[in-house]
Design a protein around this ligand. Structure first.
Ligand code: NDP
Ligand code: X2W
Length: 355
């Protein structure tokens, strides 16, 4: 058993981590740290924990937290806030899995440009390891600080990575049109997220300028450059990304348009996905159907389907996942399992919710 603590425990990702970890066979939840709810009982903030083994757990202020007493800490904090807190926690020598965007870039100028904030700990960001499990397992095993990818980015990368370096894909004209459920925006109060503002409607936001455009493009280019294997591709990725807010609670659906430079076939495309993901537990490639959010929501699975359009020489890829599971807490637990050599699906066996 390892002792695990969560900083930012009462946010949406924090609470999802608790839900997963309380039934994890190898984990004992130690401290749950909250700013606005410090010294309250967890059940007083989330009555769902009544009757669970966490019924008596009290939320802790960060000043009382002793990081060296845990073997792993999840930081589930807003970007900008996580920089300093994670920097302090890393000094204890304990492994950290950070859920924010603060440590996802080794090139700090890209972070500062797209996030509009100064990075106070660039040296730490350069040592962090990117936590897309299926891409970076070897480095994740050794990392002290893992930068867990975000939900839009995980859905997009999983759909694009197997194809991007193939000879018939144009890597510099990728278009991603992605939809997110409202929990993707977190639990803090924002007027545009009130029920009457986002129910029964849909909207696009931040086209071309959303910070996740840069993360998708950055990781694709690192991949093409060989940062995750010995590849030495001359290709460069350019991505146009438009996110949408849709009136569901959880789930991401990314529709990705890839231009082809020669004729291909559905068989050739399927084989690229099958070769890339092999026996991966959490990635399901659909052959003759398109994925739906309801088939993964509540689980750590990502599903990918595609249509090859011979008429326009394009591939339309559809990638779905649960933003709080494979897009956040689930992938973070998968990374923890990888680091501690637990079964990769320990604590992550749940299927999607019915209905
Ligand atoms: N929601 C999602 O689907 C996804 C979120 N992420 C990322 O995960 C991180 C957490 O997201 P999410 O849970 O949705 O966000 P929430 O807004 O729901 O929760 C944020 C948490 O951070 C704490 N917090 C906020 N400000 C401070 C501060 N100044 N000092 C200390 N603690 C603070 C809050 O504290 P308190 O305990 O006081 O409430 C809360 O627990 C973010 O970086 C987000 O981008 C990544 C992928 C998907
Ligand atoms: C619906 C919604 O508002 N989503 C958030 C993304 C949340 C997230 O995953 O952010 P990180 O990947 O940076 O952690 C947004 O667009 O800002």
């Amino acid at each position: 058993m390892i002792k695990v603590s969560i900083v930012g425990a009462t946010g949406y990702v924090g609470i999802e981590l608790i839900r997963l970890l309380q039934q994890h066979p190898e984990v004992q939840i130690k401290d749950l740290i909250s700013k606005s709810n410090a010294n309250k009982k967890l059940v007083d903030v989330y009555p769902q924990f009544r009757g669970s083994k966490l019924e008596k757990q009290t939320l802790m202020a960060i000043k009382d937290f002793k990081p060296e007493e845990s073997e792993l800490i999840f930081t589930a904090l807003p970007h900008g806030v996580s920089q300093d807190i994670s920097f302090q926690l890393v000094k204890s020598g304990t492994r950290i899995i950070d859920m924010s965007g603060d440590f996802r870039y080794h090139e700090i100028d890209i972070y500062e440009k797209w996030y509009g904030v100064e990075h106070k700990h660039p040296e730490l960001a350069k040592k962090a390891v990117y936590g897309l499990t299926e891409l970076n397992r070897a480095q994740i095993k050794e990392a002290q600080l893992i930068a867990n990818p975000g939900c839009y980015v995980t859905a997009s990368l999983l759909g694009i990575l197997p194809l991007i370096d193939s000879d018939f894909i144009k890597s510099d004209s990728i278009i991603i049109d992605a939809k997110s459920g409202v929990s993707g925006a977190g639990r803090s109060l924002k007027s545009n997220l009130l029920f009457s503002e986002c129910h029964n409607t849909m909207k696009a936001y931040s086209p071309a300028v959303h910070r996740h455009s840069s993360e998708i493009e950055y990781i694709l280019n690192e991949f093409l450059r060989g940062s995750y294997d010995n590849r030495s591709s001359k290709k460069r990725a350019e991505v146009l990304f438009t996110p949408h807010l849709i009136p569901i609670k959880r789930g991401i659906l990314a529709t990705i348009y890839l231009d082809c430079s020669r004729k291909s076939s559905a068989r050739e495309i399927y084989d690229l996905y099958a070769d890339f993901y092999g026996e991966e537990k959490f990635i399901q490639i659909l052959k003759d159907e398109l994925p739906e959010v309801k088939n993964v929501a509540g689980s750590n699975f990502a599903q990918i389907g595609f249509k090859y359009d011979q008429r326009t020489d394009r591939i339309i890829v559809v990638s779905v996942l649960d933003n709080m599971l494979k897009g956040a807490a689930g992938q973070a637990v998968q990374n923890m399992n990888t680091v501690f050599a637990f079964a990769e699906d320990a604590g992550l066996e749940a299927t999607a919710l019915f209905p």
